[in-house]
Write a new protein. Structure first.
Length: 320
């Protein structure tokens, strides 16, 4: 193919036009981006400042709310629940206000949230149930912060009651977080609500042991412990006569906070008292009877017959 000078010039012209257009298009895009950035940056910085100030203000408000409720004598469980509820609401409000520099109007935003409320309620029904259960816990008061409870085979001291969750601290320092809906729909045992708790000690003594002596030394041990309550009085009762001894129950009462201290101290004290008074606890005894095999018995009988037949002639000869 033969290229003329005119064709070459036309191709170069078209190439240059495309290059100029591409460079102009990139320059226009870059200029638009800079204009957008110049317009958005002040709004973004203002939104960040509003959100940070709002976040700090929420913390300050929650702190004053907790102090005010504590001075009014409000229960700790109510304080933690209300502070948690107010914290979430105020943080959402601070986030909404932070969007106003971008042209979001609070009224229209609340209207949109109201329209989406039903959809969110259906999608977050578990969270809504937890919030409703949290309100129920605060109103009905099945337990309070500081109470020792048992729930679903978990025991611990209640440390927080929040808008969606309740928190327990176990004896081995583990934090257990439970949804409020599970708390309200489960069987709950509160060991602190009545202000007194019973400590049980069960022992088995040998037959022939003087029960009056056992009762006397156990009651003396209860009286010597300052954390054992005088009312209700400690008692010692006979539970039953078992196969290997007499089962007795030693029961004392204390305030719930001293339960474990009384349990450990009296257990050690009773062991020492039993040793001093020669009171021993019987061990479980099992009698084992061996059943002989029939073949072994038959062989032994045959052996006895043969030996007896051999001995008889000797006896007759000796008589002669």
């Amino acid at each position: 193919m033969c290229y003329t000078i005119d064709n070459i010039l036309i191709q170069n012209k078209n190439y240059l036009e495309r290059r100029i257009f591409m460079s102009w298009d990139f320059a226009q895009m870059w200029s638009n981006f800079l204009n957008w950035l110049a317009d958005v940056t002040p709004k973004l910085l203002l939104a960040i400042v509003i959100f940070v100030v709002g976040w700090w203000t929420v913390k300050l408000i929650i702190m004053f709310v907790k102090k005010g409720l504590a001075k009014m004598g409000v229960e700790k469980s109510v304080i933690t629940f209300l502070s948690s509820f107010c914290k979430y609401i105020l943080r959402i409000f601070a986030f909404i206000i932070a969007l106003t520099p971008f042209g979001f109007h609070i009224s229209s935003l609340f209207a949109a949230l109201g329209a989406a409320g039903i959809t969110l309620g259906l999608g977050l029904k578990e969270s809504v149930a937890n919030i409703a259960s949290g309100i129920q816990i605060v109103v009905t008061k099945p337990f309070q912060v500081g109470h020792y409870i048992q729930l679903n085979n978990v025991e611990g001291t209640v440390t927080r009651v929040e808008i969606m969750y309740s928190t327990l601290m176990t004896l081995d320092k583990k934090e257990v977080v439970m949804p409020n809906s599970i708390v309200t729909n489960s069987i709950l045992t509160n060991y602190t609500a009545l202000g007194v708790r019973r400590v049980d000690f069960n022992y088995t003594v040998r037959y022939g042991t003087d029960l009056n002596v056992v009762r006397t030394i156990l009651l003396e041990a209860a009286k010597s412990n300052k954390q054992v309550l005088a009312t209700p009085e400690p008692i010692v009762v006979v539970l039953k006569q078992a196969a290997n001894g007499i089962e007795i129950s030693f029961r004392v009462f204390c305030v719930p906070e001293n339960y474990w201290t009384v349990l450990f101290e009296l257990e050690e004290q009773v062991k020492q008292i039993f040793e001093l008074n020669d009171i021993t606890l019987p061990y479980t005894q099992v009698d084992i009877h061996f059943k002989e095999d029939l073949n072994v018995k038959q062989k032994s009988k045959n052996v006895e017959k043969s030996t007896s037949s051999e001995i008889k002639p000797n006896n007759s000869e000796s008589e002669k």
